[in-house]
Write a new protein. Structure first.
Length: 317
């Protein structure tokens, strides 16, 4: 896949997150499941997760914070992109509800690429900006607790709710996005899926094996398209699915484990919300500086994978 070389790029100028108030710890789950805090944390890296709210409600909260941080009025947004696997309704798109609640007067659409959704949305937003949009609001939001079987230990310990958002604004020149890769292996869709009205079903071992491969192949392709090497990466912002997957992928990519950003211990797996939640946490903790090269990489049901290489910084017009 060849990357476009636009004369009009984009930079992230604002960000925000939202998490439900209800905290569910591993000990809480152990009260009803055959498990323990040690068992869950050792195998997944998760110690607690947030549960509650609606996808649109969390998206609105995160989106409003991102707009405030960017200093952008809702009337200035030209497009809303909402990445989610858990829409409020089958029809219409949840982005329409979010658009209304935020007071936006632009186009709005949902993207469902599972846990890769935010990076799919990031690449989509850059494409729209290259073709004329000035400001795009991108949100990843999920309420996975609604499609989780809380009696199934293999999935109940993993999934949670949350949202993260960024505002992208146009700039002259290539902007922040240096390279990207989007992929899907539809033949593997059966290893992690949920039927309409049903619960998530997962073949854990196969998901683990395929996730490491998909994550690394996508990341390597994006780095190559960006013209940079793994040694140039300042921080990896991976999908927060399982700490062991992150460990294995970092080792395979040849990037020091210390360069991986993490929030999984307190958020669990929030699918398309996990990368923006992790990105904002890294910003808040001073882990990202102007000029740093970031590798955002997601993988999920489908089986989808997506990576984006960005150089942090830049100035709004």
């Amino acid at each position: 896949m060849q990357n476009l070389t636009p004369t009009r790029g984009a930079v992230i100028t604002g960000w925000g997150t939202a998490l439900p108030n209800k905290v569910v710890t591993n000990d809480d789950l152990a009260a009803t499941l055959d498990t323990s805090d040690d068992w869950i944390s050792e195998r997944t890296g998760i110690r607690e997760r947030r549960i509650g709210g609606t996808t649109s409600g969390l998206a609105v909260e995160a989106g409003a914070l991102a707009l405030q941080r960017a200093g952008v009025d809702p009337s200035e947004i030209d497009l809303l992109v909402l990445a989610t696997t858990t829409p409020d309704d089958q029809v219409p798109a949840t982005s329409s509800k979010v658009q209304h609640e935020l007071g936006l007067t632009c186009g709005a659409m949902d993207i469902n690429a599972a846990c890769s959704g935010f990076v799919y949305g990031l690449v989509t937003a850059h494409g729209f900006i290259a073709n004329g949009c000035d400001k795009v609001l991108l949100i990843g939001a999920e309420t996975l607790s609604r499609i989780t079987d809380w009696s199934d230990r293999s999935t109940a310990i993993l999934f949670a709710d949350g949202a993260g958002a960024v505002v992208l604004e146009s700039v002259d020149g290539p902007g922040q996005l240096l390279g990207w890769n989007l992929a899907s292996m539809g033949g593997l869709r059966h290893i992690l899926h949920a039927e309409i009205g049903g619960h998530l079903k997962m073949e854990g071992r196969e998901v683990f094996r395929q996730a490491v491969v998909a994550m690394c192949e996508s990341a390597e392709a994006a780095l190559e398209n960006a013209g940079v090497s793994a040694s140039d990466v300042s921080l990896v912002v991976p999908h927060q699915a399982n700490i062991r997957i992150i460990d294995a992928a970092m080792k395979r990519l040849g990037i020091p484990r210390s360069k991986a950003a993490e929030v999984i211990h307190r958020t669990g797996n929030t699918s398309s919300a996990s990368i923006p939640l992790t990105l904002v946490d890294a910003i808040d903790h001073g882990r990202i500086a102007a000029g740093d090269i970031l590798l955002l990489v997601g993988f999920g049901a489908g089986m989808t994978s997506a990576s984006a290489v960005i150089r942090w910084g830049g100035h709004r017009p």
